[in-house]
Design a protein around this ligand. Structure first.
Ligand code: SAM
Length: 432
């Protein structure tokens, strides 16, 4: 394979260091701006190539030793070779670069400095692991970067310690019980409860007896959901979470199931909730729509202030739980609609002709033109867009700007330390 020597100019979204060779852009992961490196071209397109880092000729003083010995092999982390402070600067700069083509020179938009994660490790309350058999033994781990090779994980420093304890128990169980073969495993924990649940996809016939043995041996394990030759559950299926609610109001209780979305970093999620409430500036008379509402993470605190709140989500478990969560929090002013955003919006429009505030927090693909168009036809004065994928956020913001909205403020939050991902919250208001 061809080797190239280049100087890394900056970090690009995706966790790649970026440089040029004869004008052509080359991306090299695990590098640092300013470093002179040798990379081996792994794939080449017309406008750019991706290279594997082979040698660092000039090492950046910003480079640090990664804290996990699987860094580089496991695809989960991209930035462990950089101090946390540097990661934050990169993400903050990246948001500014994303916004440059969007904002006119005289734009009033305020770009706030990035909100760091309270914990830069041990923050993930949820993870999906892959399973395989190696020499007849079960291994569990994460896929390598851009590969389907599993890097076996004994303990992941990004995972909450409770999740690591549960995984250790599962590993011991698979070692003891011959013939077990887990293909996929999801672990989710509630630090407040000190408990977690797991979802297992098994290739072979796991029995209730075996699973009950696991629950008995792992005190942190509250319940297990098995999908295999036979589907069944053992123990309890729901985890409890508690958040600060709107100022002056009670805390919000939220129950979550393994198949409904939860924000992976609770400290940053609490900040997101706070900002959604602050930026919405509710006076207590608004009609609010929370699109992609999940379990009611934003809907419920909003409903502590606004008299009428609607939530829409396509996940049935999430909507069922959102309804239960509203009633547990004694919030009677929320209505949850189950279905695809575009379909439910079209139905909603037949019942109501306006909303005051629109919150949206779509998956990585973003909301898209169809959903945004329908939502904007409800004439929200304020829009708060929460995104975990800045490129699709920018695409959607462009549309909203062209339809008469103005971007007033935006902030990145580091929901995912050690990775290139970050969360963004944007506030738009309708031009008069
Ligand atoms: C990033 S999560 C946000 C959930 C919630 N706002 C929270 O903070 O926990 C995105 C949500 O969008 C939902 N979703 C994905 N595609 C959808 C669609 N086409 N229509 C409606 N909901 C959708 C998922 O079920 C998920 O709950």
């Amino acid at each position: 394979m061809k080797e190239v020597e280049l100087i890394i100019e900056k970090m690009a979204y995706g966790g790649w260091g970026m440089g040029r060779v004869a004008g052509k852009i080359i991306f090299v992961p695990y590098t640092v701006p300013g470093e002179r490196v040798i990379g081996e071209i792994a794939s080449e397109k017309k406008n750019y190539a991706v290279a594997i880092l082979r040698e660092i000729m000039e090492v950046s003083p910003l480079r640090q030793s990664p804290f996990c010995n699987l860094f580089g092999q496991c695809g989960g982390c991209h930035y462990q070779h950089l101090a946390y402070q540097e990661q934050l600067l990169i993400k903050e700069q990246m948001l500014k670069e994303f916004l440059t083509p969007l904002l006119a020179k005289d734009s009033p938009c305020k770009i706030y400095s990035l909100f760091p994660s309270p914990e830069d490790r041990g923050y993930r309350i949820r993870a999906q692991l892959k399973g395989a058999q190696k020499l007849g033994k079960q291994i569990l781990g994460f896929y390598g970067r851009k590969s389907h090779q599993i890097a076996e994980i004994k303990e992941c420093p990004l995972l909450h310690p409770l999740a690591n304890l549960i995984l250790a128990g599962v590993r011991e169980w698979t070692e003891k019980e011959a013939g077990l073969f887990i293909k996929n495993l999801e672990v989710q924990v509630s630090p407040a409860e000190g408990k977690g649940i797991i979802f297992l996809q098994a290739v072979n016939n796991i029995t209730e007896k075996l699973v009950n043995k696991l629950i008995t041996n792992v005190p942190q394990l509250k319940g297990v959901i098995v999908e295999g030759k036979r589907n069944f559950t053992a123990g309890e299926m729901l985890l409890d979470y508690k958040f600060l609610g709107a100022p002056g109001k009670e805390s919000v209780f939220l129950q979550a199931s393994y198949d409904s979305f939860v924000q992976v970093n609770l400290g940053v999620n609490q900040q997101l909730i706070k900002m959604v409430l602050e930026w919405a500036e509710l006076e207590g008379k608004e009609r609010v729509l929370d699109l992609f509402c999940g379990l009611g993470n934003f809907t419920l605190p909003l409903a502590q202030v606004a008299p009428e709140v609607w939530g829409i989500d396509a996940n049935e478990s999430a909507i069922n739980l959102a309804r239960q969560n509203a009633s547990k929090n004694r919030l009677k002013n929320c209505q949850f609609l189950l279905g695809l955003a575009e379909e439910e919006l079209a139905k909603l429009k037949k019942n109501i002709d306006r909303i005051d505030v629109l919150i949206l927090d779509p998956p990585r693909a973003g909301a898209g033109k169809k959903v945004l168009k329908l939502a904007v036809e409800l004439h929200p004065q304020k829009i708060i867009y929460v995104s975990c994928e800045p490129p699709t956020l920018v695409r959607d913001l462009k549309l909203l700007l062209s339809w008469g909205y103005e971007l007033q403020k935006i902030q990145a939050l580091d929901m995912f330390p050690q990775t290139y991902h970050f969360e963004v919250i944007a506030f738009l208001s309708r031009r008069l």
